[in-house]
Design a protein around this ligand. Structure first.
Ligand code: ATP
Length: 239
């Protein structure tokens, strides 16, 4: 599998201090790649730099071309989307308007294509269809995560980057969200998944990276990482 997104020696600083230090990472086409690590390891910073929200040093390649100089909008147009940890939505607008805005913001096209994209998102998240007239601000945490993912998917990304989709959600909802992530891979969307819930992330991913203090401390096939004694002791608990 050739890489869709490739980070090479990526470094990102806040006020002159590096939070991400020379990270090299590859997200192959058709795969789920997870990045696990403790609070403050630099996971969100890495995703924000890949999306172009934060400036970075090093190389960022997407689909074989450097995208370092591109804006967030240009990267989105190439097929990269980020669902941020904060799940920022338009709280006073209904679910459906939030979804429509997700597409309208970046693409000029006819109603038919926009409608087809909406139907696809509703097929993936039947709960959003049921609640399409409900104001986004009144959704539960899990529904909000679904809406944030649905909005990103309205742009038909080739790579979906997810920042802690399980954060603050009950185990049952986490399972549902992760099942949907797996079904996205089946639909051909490549996934870069950042998670503190290492157990769940490694279970559904093909390959994993462990980030510690802004550096990759370990990487390998997810099945091997799950067996790794250091990963088990530090990130999987004793459960
Ligand atoms: P978490 O899961 O807690 O978000 P993370 O692995 O995503 O952790 P980051 O949020 O990327 O980690 O943070 C990496 C480091 O950068 C931390 O030390 C954090 O304090 C610092 N940092 C993050 N955002 C800023 C900011 N806006 N200004 C200054 N320092 C920041």
């Amino acid at each position: 599998m050739s890489a869709l997104l490739q980070l090479e020696k990526l470094s990102v600083a806040y006020h002159g201090v590096d939070a991400v230090r020379g990270v090299s990472l590859s997200a192959p086409r058709g795969a789920i790649v997870s990045v696990i690590g403790a609070n403050g390891a630099g996971k969100s910073t890495m995703l924000n730099a890949a999306m172009g929200i934060l400036p970075a040093r090093g190389q960022i390649m997407f689909d074989g071309a450097p995208i370092h100089g591109l804006s967030v909008e240009e990267r989105f147009a190439r097929g990269i989307a980020l669902v941020a940890e904060k799940r920022e939505l338009f709280a006073t607008l209904p679910v459906e308007d939030n979804l429509a805005l997700g597409r309208f913001r970046f693409r000029r096209e006819g109603r038919a294509a926009a409608h087809a994209a909406l139907e696809e998102v509703y097929d993936l998240f039947p709960r959003l269809r049921e609640r399409r007239r409900q104001l986004a601000g009144t959704l539960s945490g899990g529904e909000r995560q679904m809406l944030a993912m649905g909005r990103a998917l309205m742009g038909k990304p080739r790579l979906l980057m997810l920042d802690e989709p399980s954060l603050g959600l009950a185990p049952l909802i986490v399972r549902e969200i992760f099942r949907i992530v797996v079904s996205l891979r089946e639909r051909g969307v490549s996934i870069l998944l950042v998670e503190q819930n290492a157990r769940a992330a490694l279970q559904i991913s093909d390959y994993g990276y462990v980030l510690e203090n802004g550096r990759v401390s370990l990487e390998g096939p997810s099945a091997a990482l799950q067996e790794d004694a250091r990963v088990a002791a530090t990130y999987l608990g004793f459960g």
